[in-house]
Design a protein around this ligand. Sequence first.
Ligand code: ATP
Length: 370
Amino acid sequence: MADQIILRHVTKKFTTKTLGDIVAVDDFNLNVHEGECFSFLGPSGCGKSTTLRMIAGFEDLTEGEIELCGRLVSSSKKNLYVPPEERGLGMVFQAFAVWPHMNVFENVAFPLRIQKVNKVDINRRVAEALHHTSLTGLENTFPSDLSGGQQQRIALARAIVTNPKVMLLDEPLSNLDPKLRETMRFEIKALQRKFNFTIIFVTHDQSEAMAISDRMMVCDMGRIMQIDTPENLYNKPCNRFVHNFLGESTFINVEIRDGKAYPKGHPEQALDLPVPPDAAREMVVATRPNEIALKGPDGTGFTTHIEKRIFLTDRTEYLVSVGNQLLKVQTPHRVAFSEGEACSVHFVEPMWYPADDEQAEKERHRRQLV
Ligand code: ATP
C-alpha cells in the first residue's frame, strides 16, 4: 500500500517567555498508508495538534520534511512550504465551527466557491456531500437551528465536498454527547469506506481512538512512544507510559536479588514470578487489574491480605497490600474476600519495565504538564 503521508525527522521547537525552549515535536518519523485511519493519541501537551498543524501547513518546521500524496509540501532545508489551501486536504477541526451566518448549502459550497468551481458543478457536488452526510432537505436551514450532530455533519460535508485524499480530524467529536459521538464515529468510518480517503484523527479519548483506528501513535512530551495497531498497543505496550495510558493498569516496584523480584518495602517475600534474564536491579511489574487471580492463602503465589474492597457495578475491585504498595485487582463478583482477609496473588504474564524515569518526570514538571 502506498504511503500517503510521510514525516521525516520532523521537529518543532517553540521558544516561550515563561517555560524556555519547548521541543513540542521531537524528530517524528511517520508513514501513514493510503486508506488508513491513523490516530494521534497522548496526554495534553504531547504534540498532537502541533504535528497536525504542520501537516496542514499552518505551522512551519524547525527541522525535517513532510510529503503528502507523493509531493513534498514542507521542507525546512529547502525552505519550502506549500500553503494549506494547496495541500488538497479535508479538515474538520474543533475550532473550525460551521459559519453561523451561512445556511447549510453555503457552508458546504464555500470551499468550492474559493476554488472558483462553476455553479452547475457546485450544485451537484454539494447535493452529493449533503446526501452522504444525511443532510439533504436542510439546504436552507441555518446551523443554529440544527443539533450538535447535524452541525458536525455540516463540517464533515464541507470537508468531503472537495474530494480530498487525506482528511485531518482534530477532536471533531469533542463537543458531542457520548451517544452521538459513537454514532458519528460510525458515520466517519462509513464515509471513509465510501470515499477511501486517509484519515488522521487527533483525540484525547483512548477508547474513541481504539474504536476508529487501524493504527495509532502514542506520544508523550513531543516524543513518539509507540506506533502500532490498537490491539498491539494494548497487549504489547513498549513501556510503562503506554501501558498506563491505554486501559487500566496496576504497577509494583520491585528490587531484583538472586534472580527473584522482591516488592519494594517487603524484602522477605519475593513475587512468585520468573524474572527476565535482562532485568535491571530496579524494575516495575505491570499488569491489568483484571489479569491477576486472587485465591486463598494456599502457599502458592504471593501471600498477603486485602486492604480494601470496592463493589463496582460489573466487578469487585480489591486493593491488595504488596509490601508498602497497593496492587489493584479486579475480579468477578463471585470471587469474594473481605477487608483484612488473607489471600494469595497470582500474576498472569505481567510486563516488566525499567524503574521510573526521573528525567521524564522533571521535564513534565518543567513543561507544567502535571
Ligand atoms: P492538547 O491535547 O492539550 O491540545 P497537544 O498534544 O495537542 O495538547 P500541542 O498543542 O501540540 O499539544 O503542544 C505541545 C507543546 O508545545 C506544549 O508544551 C505546548 O505548550 C507547546 N506549544 C504549542 N503551541 C505553542 C506556541 N504557539 N507557542 C509556544 N508553545 C507552544
